[in-house]
Design a protein around this ligand. Sequence first.
Ligand code: BG6
Length: 519
Amino acid sequence: MNPESPLDELMICRLDSARKAVEPCTIVIFGASGDLTARKLIPAFYHLHLEKQLPAKYRIIGFARREKTDESWRNELREALAQFSRTKPVDDPVWREFATNISYCRGDLTDTAAYDRLRAKLDSFGDATLRQNLLFYLATSPSQFGRVAEQLDNAGLLHREAAAGWQRVVVEKPFGHDLASAHALNSELTRFAHEQQIFRIDHYLGKETVQNILMFRFSNSIFERLWNRESVDHVQITVSEKMGVGGRGGYYEEAGALRDMVQNHLLQVLALVAMEPPVSLEAESIRDEKVKLLKSIRQLPPDSSAKQVVRGQYFAGLVDGQPQPGYRQEAKVKPESNVETYVALKLFIDNWRWSGVPFYLRTGKCLPLGASEVRVQFRPTPHVLFAAACGPRLDPNALTLRLQPNEGIYLRFNGKVPGTNIGVRPVRMHFSYDTEFGAYTPEAYERLLLEAIAGDATLFIRRDEVETAWQIVDSIRQGWEGKPLTNREFYGAGTWGPIAAEELLASSGHVWRDPQPIK
Ligand code: BG6
């Protein structure tokens, strides 16, 4: 960014000085042979190393069952990096330097001896901080979380009570599959670690534009005063994906879009869009406000949720001109599966700010465009002065926060078409990240890993947050139980979802505004 005035410069300096202090530490990745490590974690660490954001001293240990040496694991990671790094080509001297920090520990998650080997490896590090400051990254199935924590506790590596250094546990989603299982997981984990040591990932919170929601809302005075029931007609949150479930059919059969996307990413975005201003930027202040918001969402009793929730499943079609099989034809999916690949919801937030304002959320696979957006649609003008010339309905004003891709914010309002006649047309004011700041697209995982190392839990989900979100989702699921999908709930791959989703909005006089490709 090119500072244009001393004021710009001042702002940038402030932001730079807010860079997190990070202490030397060791990161242990459990489930290190998995996809996540190769696709996300190692590329993220590589970039943090490249940008000199990691501590002056650090180590990364991969823990997994397969037989590998330090050397063979590094070679595997180097190949994966060539494929998944966001900057290409990989810088070889930087990689070699980075790779000296990486080693492998073979072991079964349930085998006590393996944890002894891990401890011996840690003990071999000369620097005490590398032995004591430990970030355990559990890229395993949630059913293993408790067991790994217990083994770490037995091996004297995870201390719930005050001990030298710090130990933190990062856990991947899905965090349970319903409220009861999430509650049980929480109880299991908190036997061995305090809530403050547990960092539950929702990678949407690491996205630059998702973080910008708070910055946008609470550092500008013009919009926040419109951010309420007086001015806002309704809000649409869309997270659409072009891809089908691909190789993840087995997982998806257990999850479905409601658990996979709504319980976490969509409700998190909703919470940030609608929450009250936090009293400070402390993690707990922000998380308190998010929980308050989630608790204000009107519960949907199972017997009436059908009126406010639509599910869908894609059948074969064309996405971008390419044939896409139907969900039921995907690998590891039951041919008669009723699992939803699309969900649309109409939610109400029962508080002073939002009473009566519908929040429409939708997400789906095999839609025409991969894009995430929040669209805040404002109330119509009380009277249309130009009705005689332009018709009784003007296009409503709307503010769109484009979360990805082509990140930006745009405001849609009506303008006069040049000419001697009175003609009105919607026009847009557009802020684009790329144009303003240049191409800067760190992966969400880079931010999240750094925050976990720094011990800042703001971008991680607190226990009560995850449990409240499950409560909302569970009651919807109960409403679906034992009910097969009907014809109105299927949609062709490459379309914007089932007809029932259109009807959901039409009943309140609204229509979905689909995200558009932006050049
Ligand atoms: C993951 C879901 O959490 O988020 C996937 O499990 C989904 O099904 C992905 O595709 C979407 O993330 P992003 O960052 O590509 O929008």
